[in-house]
Ligand binder design. Structure first.
Ligand code: ADP
Ligand code: ADP
Length: 216
């Protein structure tokens, strides 16, 4: 069963702009689908629809889980909390029992390679490391679906490439299911088990390409 499915979904804003038209695709468990297209083609709107923040005006969208992990560009970490306490807070919000929070946080921190940095504060970390804390925060909820809104967009090219490597090894280990928005074709092809290419005005799917042998 798909974790996420769009069926001829469309969205026309009250302004008259049609941001999405005839969007038709499923995300199956274990698929990591990247969505690439130029600025303004409707990628963010697609992600907001998947997350339930935005309602479509045509067709149908189904999300088969409530356990969604979000990773955004601006890592909204609390500066007065250590890495460990930033991650534990999300466990608390997600309703993880108090007795399990510390272990869950430690596991998530380990998975993103931040063991040893638990007591650091966000300001003492580089952009790339803060991004990993964001990823750890989303992992602690044990999500069935990850939504990424161009998480590496603000980082320099070298850090971005390294994080692509890290993300791909983290995700290949666990076979996580995800939808990842980016304007970089290289990033989309590198990370995706499947790449959806969008074009705008109105936002439609131009191509839906399976990438063989991804996540080496
Ligand atoms: P992308 O993420 O690919 O850059 P967006 O999803 O942000 O594209 O935008 C798609 C189109 O929808 C653009 O033409 C944008 O101006 C328009 N749009 C986005 N949000 C709104 C809104 N709340 N009201 C009206 N138009 C919007
Ligand atoms: P990234 O490119 O992932 O943001 P950096 O290039 O800043 O990371 O750091 C590379 C390595 O340096 C990290 O993997 C980490 O081991 C170490 N490092 C980074 N920031 C700190 C810090 N504040 N204290 C100690 N070691 C750090």
């Amino acid at each position: 069963h798909p974790v996420l499915s769009f069926e001829r979904a469309g969205l026309t804003f009250p302004t008259g702009t049609t941001a999405l038209k005839d969007i038709d695709f499923d995300v199956l468990p274990g698929e990591f689908v990247t969505v690439v297209g130029p600025s303004g083609c409707g990628k963010s709107t697609l992600l907001r629809v998947a997350s339930g923040l935005q309602t479509i005006t045509d067709g149908d969208v189904r999300v088969a889980t409530e356990k969604i992990g979000y990773v955004f560009q601006d890592a909204t970490l609390l500066p007065w909390r250590s890495v460990r306490r930033n991650v534990e807070l999300l466990a608390e919000i997600a309703g993880v029992p108090a007795a399990e929070r510390a272990q869950r946080a430690a596991d998530a921190i380990d998975l993103v390679g931040l063991t040893g940095f638990e007591q650091h504060y966000p300001r003492a970390l580089s952009g790339g490391m803060r991004m990993r804390v964001s990823l750890a925060r989303s992992l602690v909820r044990d999500p069935q679906l990850f939504l990424f809104d161009e998480p590496f967009g603000a980082l320099d090219e070298i850090t971005r490439e390294r994080l692509n490597d890290e993300l791909s090894s983290i995700f290949s280990l666990r076979r996580f299911t995800g939808l990842f928005i980016t304007h970089s074709v290289a990033e989309a092809v590198y990370l995706g088990t499947r790449v959806i290419v969008m074009s705008g005005r109105p936002g439609t799917i131009r191509a839906d390409i399976r990438i063989p042998e991804s996540h080496p």
